[in-house]
Design a protein around this ligand. Structure first.
Ligand SMILES: Cc1cc2nc3c(=O)[nH]c(=O)nc-3n(C[C@H](O)[C@H](O)[C@H](O)COP(=O)(O)OP(=O)(O)OC[C@H]3O[C@@H](n4cnc5c(N)ncnc54)[C@H](O)[C@@H]3O)c2cc1C
Length: 465
């Protein structure tokens, strides 16, 4: 139990707000993106700057509190919040400074990707991220970062130049190729295990207008489309990317009314070249199986990044299951079509994100992100606004995943997993796990930062405790 005067002293030290259960803002401040998560921390420290983060880390340690770090609050398993302990909420540390000459972008640890896209677009630049603009830069980056620009420019971590980290003992260090290079290696995929990243420095790339959007086909063509897609995406030029999806057509523009609420399959494209470059690449699929609808047009990159924001608003129930996939055989395709045809709710979906092109250039131990040789990251998400549908979405996602898991590569993308236990985390990092565990022992020997896909500290030889 924390004494009131201890809390009062902490509150007085902070530039940002300290929220406790008696405060009116508590109910809103403890919510995360996934409404299935219902945790009640003892305190939420809205950190305004690095000094606040240092103070919060020290306060948590001195008072023996469990500590969660909150970036954008998007994590599927709700790792940005914990019961009873202290939430170090970085959302006020939100800024983006673009250096166009150096093509470098400095980003505050609590920023969202929408903040980054907005700032970089003005200079005709972009940093590879995900597919939804409200996702936090912190969690997505530290876990790897897969999205529309992965094939062209690699994972988000492949564009990370350095980060400022507040360690468990309150020290602030730079993690870069020159300084604390072991820590720099670990944060490029090892998640929030090593400290609080208060700022990130990214390399930006020349991306302004992209040719992008979905093509949709009837479900009875899904197997043919998947078979075409599995060949196309492994050999396509890096300028083009496309993720495969099973979806229910939302009842609104730009989709024609005749397709509203229909279960269909889709590929959502993004080409960094012009329409003249993109169309010859996509004409073969148009000829082979004419899409029932397509919305493939030139658009500013931030528009593509925000395309799904209105559909996937905060406060929905989400249940996630994931795997890496190397090969998509005919039997796996049959099972995909079977389960994909049974989407339980309008928001539920399955995505196959390509991991190839530039993402294959680093080796499987250049960063902790081992599955460089995978072809896709598969994610099955049961989603619905109504808590009464929880069992339906969970059962569908589990059954779908169980059917496909034998065809997976072993581990899963850490940012697409909920709480699946220590073995799944090990499987994800493979031979990189012991090195991560040894680095954890150096920078966080007491496992202070454990509200994450946890890698317990090991020994210098790499045996985890
Ligand atoms: C709708 C939706 C779409 C998504 N799309 C993609 C996608 O296209 N590509 C992709 O790769 N992922 C995607 N994700 C997954 C996303 O990468 C993870 O959910 C990620 O954890 C979100 O980061 P966050 O900062 O918002 O999360 P939070 O819930 O705030 O934090 C998640 C974890 O990251 C740690 N963390 C966050 N910020 C920091 C920091 N600054 N310093 C230290 N630790 C930190 C926390 O400790 C916690 O363990 C998506 C998620 C959602 C909900």
């Amino acid at each position: 139990m924390l004494q009131q005067d201890t809390i009062a002293q902490f509150r007085a030290q902070l530039r940002g707000e300290l929220i406790s259960p008696d405060d009116q803002s508590y109910a809103g401040a403890r919510k995360v993106y996934n409404a299935m998560i219902d945790r009640k921390p003892a305190l939420i420290a809205k950190c305004a700057d690095v000094a606040d983060v240092i103070g919060a880390v020290r306060f948590g340690r001195e008072n023996g509190l469990r500590v969660a770090i909150r970036g954008g609050g998007h994590n599927a398993g709700g790792l940005g919040v914990c019961d009873d302990g202290l939430v170090i909420d970085l959302s006020p540390i939100r800024y983006v400074h673009v250096d166009p000459a150096a093509r470098a972008v400095r980003v505050g640890g609590g920023s969202t990707w929408g903040d980054v896209d907005h700032a970089t677009h003005a200079f005709g630049l972009a940093v590879p991220s995900g597919i939804i603009s409200t996702t936090g830069v912190g969690g997505l980056t530290l876990g790897g970062g897969l999205g529309h620009l992965t094939r062209k420019y690699g994972l988000t971590i492949d564009s990370l130049l350095s980060a400022d980290i507040v360690l468990a003992d309150g020290r602030v260090v730079v993690a870069s190729p020159e300084e604390n290079s072991d820590l720099f290696w670990a944060i490029r995929g090892g998640g929030g295990n090593f400290g609080v990243a208060t700022s990130f420095l990214f390399r930006a790339h020349p991306v302004h207008t992209v040719c992008a959007g979905p093509m949709l086909w009837e479900m009875d063509q899904a197997a043919d489309i998947m078979k075409w897609y599995r060949e196309f995406i492994v050999s396509a030029p890096e300028d083009i990317s496309g993720f495969f999806a099973f979806m229910t057509v939302p009842p609104g523009p730009p989709f024609p009314e005749a397709l509203h609420m229909k279960k269909m399959c889709a590929i959502v494209w993004c080409c960094t070249g012009s329409m003249d470059q993109a169309n010859p690449m996509l004409d073969p699929i148009r000829t082979y199986r004419r899409p029932a609808f397509e919305f493939f047009v030139p658009m500013p990159f931030p528009m593509l990044q925000g395309m799904f924001d209105g559909l996937y608003t905060p406060g929905l129930q989400w249940y996630w299951k994931a795997d890496f996939v190397k090969e998509l055989g005919d039997r796996a395709i049959d099972l995909h079509v079977k389960h994909g045809s049974q989407l339980p709710t309008m928001h539920s979906t399955m995505h196959l994100y390509p991991i190839n092109g530039a993402a294959h250039k680093p080796t499987s131990n250049d960063t902790p992100w081992k599955y460089r040789d995978a072809t896709w990251s598969e994610v099955i998400v049961g989603v619905d606004p109504d808590p009464a549908n929880r069992d339906r979405i969970v059962t569908w996602a589990r059954e779908y995943w169980q059917a496909l898991h034998p065809f997976g590569a072993g581990g899963a993308y850490i940012n697409f997993m909920m709480d699946e236990g220590a073995d799944r985390i090990r499987a994800t990092y493979g031979e990189n796990y012991d090195r991560l565990s040894a680095i954890k022992a150096k920078y966080d020997p007491g496992n202070f930062f454990n509200v994450n896909q946890n890698i317990p500290p090991g020994t210098a030889s790499g045996d985890s405790a």
